[in-house]
Design a protein around this ligand. Structure first.
Ligand SMILES: [Fe+2]
Length: 382
């Protein structure tokens, strides 16, 4: 950061002609300010890369997709073999894929995030899984760079570079700010569109509730509908609308944070109710197709259902792969009562499956625990 500030000052001094009037202010974004520093840094430090990953053949008829989130690079990696044994054709790693902010000392080079990626890549369990199962990824706060961070995180451009380098993002993703992407796979009549949203890069600052000496049991953020507040940012909103207008038979829309629930005040679309409504409205305008929402982040998992605009929308939250904060299912369920949740809230390690029955035009979402036993499942049609 210090380096970049110096170089910006030097640039300004060079640009201002001798004797010219000094302007009152110069608008420079952190991304602009830091980019020369990062260009230099790229050449000096190791840029971790995840191991090779097979491409998903575009003609594949997808019948099983797995999903998971919240994976700590320093914790046990036993879930990979379990997920592989379910034989998914595609794995969606949907955020907090590493905990890069663990031990971060505030450096603009995000050394702890680079180390986290390097450690994750070194695990044979993960590398073996990645060598076998095609993957798509998005990020959440801990691989974006900072707990609960959004668009005002000054080092977001660098964390984007690290993400895109590590996961081998497509040219289209690398060419635009943020990491959102979409694919359509399968023959006509069996096309699955996977939309991976970026809920971090553009997101407005969260509104914190007033300080209290008691830690609020269900989070401390207040719903905020102030003008200009956004989750996706306008470019991503426009992109999403265009994606939803493409022909597909089933759409899987992935948000790192939960979409449907309004039962807690941790992070989620519930922090921005107008944006949540905008998303549900927009999903309602999609070209005719089935729809499944997937999310993570919570260190617990469950199935959610909401009726909106005459449609029933389903969401599977799968979290965590290896960073569970407890095993008391009844207590976790009782702690967070939620009219939108169908069944219990599972704090134990888990991954999710999306099984597609093309004949019956039905989807079954299920949550699998840390021995792959089914915790909850739900079938719905389209
Ligand atoms: Fe998170």
């Amino acid at each position: 950061m210090r380096l970049a500030l110096l170089s910006a000052a030097a640039l300004f001094a060079l640009a201002a002609p001798l004797g010219a009037q000094t302007p009152q202010s110069v608008e420079v974004t952190p991304d602009q300010l830091l980019s020369p520093y990062y260009e230099a840094l790229k050449a000096k430090v190791a840029m971790p890369v995840a191991g090779p990953n097979p491409a998903l053949a575009p003609a594949t008829t997808l019948t099983r997709i797995a999903v998971g989130s919240c994976n700590h690079q320093s914790a046990a990696q036993h879930m990979w073999a379990q997920i592989a044994s379910a034989n998914p054709q595609l794995f969606l790693m949907i955020g907090d894929n590493v905990y890069g902010d663990a031990g971060w000392d505030g450096d603009a080079g995000l050394a702890s995030l680079r180390s986290a990626y390097a450690l994750q890549a070194s695990h044979p369990e993960f590398a073996g899984f990645r060598a076998k199962v095609p993957m798509m990824t998005t990020w959440d706060d801990h691989d974006f760079g900072l707990n609960d961070a959004g668009g005002s995180f000054p080092f977001r451009g660098w964390s984007e570079t690290l993400f895109e380098t590590f996961w081998g993002s497509s040219k289209a993703v690398k060419a635009r700010p943020g990491i959102y992407e979409s694919t359509i796979t399968g023959p006509q009549g069996k096309r699955v569109q996977v939309i991976m949203l970026d809920t971090r890069f553009f997101r407005s600052d969260l509104k914190r509730g007033p300080w209290t000496k008691d830690r609020l049991p269900l989070g401390g953020y207040l719903p905020d509908d102030s003008a200009g507040k956004t989750v996706l940012g306008e470019a991503q909103w426009a992109w999403l609308a265009a994606e939803l207008a493409k022909p597909a038979d089933l759409r899987i829309v992935v948000s790192s944070t939960q979409v449907l629930t309004t039962a807690h005040q941790f992070e989620g679309w519930t922090n921005f109710p107008a944006e949540r409504t905008r998303l549900l409205d927009l999903l309602g305008t999609r070209e005719a197709s089935g729809l499944v929402l997937l999310s993570g982040d919570r260190h617990s998992g469950g199935v959610y259902k909401v009726d909106h605009g005459g449609q029933t929308i389903w969401e599977l939250t799968s979290s965590s792969l290896n960073l569970s904060f407890g095993d008391d299912i009844e207590r976790t369920t009782a702690r967070e009562p939620d009219a939108a949740r169908v069944g219990k809230f599972f704090p134990i390690e888990n991954y999710g499956l999306v099984d597609i029955d093309w004949q019956a035009k039905q989807v079954t979402v299920s949550l699998k625990g840390n021995t792959s036993a089914t915790l909850v499942n739900q079938t719905f049609g389209w």
